[in-house]
Ligand binder design. Structure first.
Ligand SMILES: C[S@@+](CC[C@H](N)C(=O)[O-])C[C@H]1O[C@@H](n2cnc3c(N)ncnc32)[C@H](O)[C@@H]1O
Length: 282
């Protein structure tokens, strides 16, 4: 099914409204390649018909459109350096502060666009590696994504050989996964740290947190500047005063002001928007 310029405008409006992804007039090929089958299958004459049908209350169709347009690419320990900074900087500091004070021994981490789960499971493995007495801590990881299909996959915690070989080290694999006929299964001790939920980052976030650490990586790169800024400001509000924010390796928050002054540990960049605001660090 061929796309025309009016289709592109209408689909772009719908997609922005549904998930924040910004499509410009050059993205006709993407609409054709990702939505043509869905439009045909649902009996739509053209893409504008598909948009009307989705807006007319068909939630399943809206979900399928978001799934088709968004990119779920991910892998275990993606880019590695954020996990190194989590292990050698953020978690040791949090653990020291909480272990030596009257604060509850509680750690809360949010993987804010978790895709099929490789990111939150990598966070959970990092925690297990660092905290030999993890049972004495109240640890919780929230893993959310707009895609129901991705969240279901993440929550199942079963990965094929190709997914497993992307980023996973063999010692971690043997410690935290068991091989079964249906694939590599995440062990229960890891899975039980994580709660999986559908969540759209465009919607209010006031009902969750505060978090000691937020990972929000490789999702807002598809948003326009205003939506991106709005999402990061609202994420920062869900952090504890000393909380850490990790973003994707190609993402810079330089346009968001001094609250988002980049901090460095080895090759990783992270942000502490609560701390920066409180200490006035520039
Ligand atoms: C490229 S993946 C990144 C996964 C992981 N964070 C990583 O870096 O490997 C982007 C994810 O963002 C999700 N996403 C897109 N728009 C979203 C929104 N408005 N709210 C929540 N998740 C969204 C997609 O469904 C997809 O799973």
């Amino acid at each position: 099914m061929r796309v025309n310029p009016e289709d592109v405008l209408e689909v772009a409006e719908l997609i922005k409204q549904l998930c924040g992804v910004a499509l410009d007039e050059t993205k006709g090929y993407l609409i054709e390649s990702r939505l043509a089958d869905l439009a045909a299958e649902t009996g739509c004459d053209d893409y504008q018909h598909l948009c009307r049908k989705a807006l007319d209350g068909d939630r399943t169709l809206r979900t399928r459109i978001v799934d088709a347009i968004t990119t779920q690419e991910t892998l275990f320990f993606r880019d590695n350096s954020p996990f190194e900074a989590l292990k050698h900087k953020a978690l040791p500091e949090l653990i020291d502060t909480k272990a030596n004070s009257l604060l509850p021994k509680r750690i809360r981490i949010w993987s804010a666009a978790c895709s099929t789960g490789q990111e939150p499971y990598s966070i959970a493995m990092t925690l297990y590696e660092l905290l030999p007495d993890i049972q004495t801590w109240d640890v919780g990881i929230l893993a959310t994504d707009i895609s129901d299909t991705a969240v279901a996959h993440a929550s199942r915690g079963v990965y094929g050989q190709h997914e497993i070989t992307r980023g996973m080290q063999s010692d971690m694999l043997s410690k935290y996964f068991s091989q079964q006929a249906t694939g590599w299964h995440v062990k229960d001790e890891l899975r039980s740290l994580i709660r999986f939920e559908h969540r759209n980052l465009l919607n209010p976030l006031d009902d969750i947190g505060p978090f000691d650490v937020i990972f929000c990586r490789n999702v807002v790169i598809y948003f326009d500047a205003m939506t991106r800024q709005d999402v990061f400001c609202r994420l920062a509000d869900r952090l504890t005063p000393d909380g850490y924010l990790f973003v994707g390796s190609s993402e810079s928050l330089a346009d968001l002001g001094s609250r988002f002054t980049p901090q460095h540990h080895c090759r990783a960049v992270y942000y502490q928007p609560g701390k920066t605001a409180a200490t006035g660090v520039m």
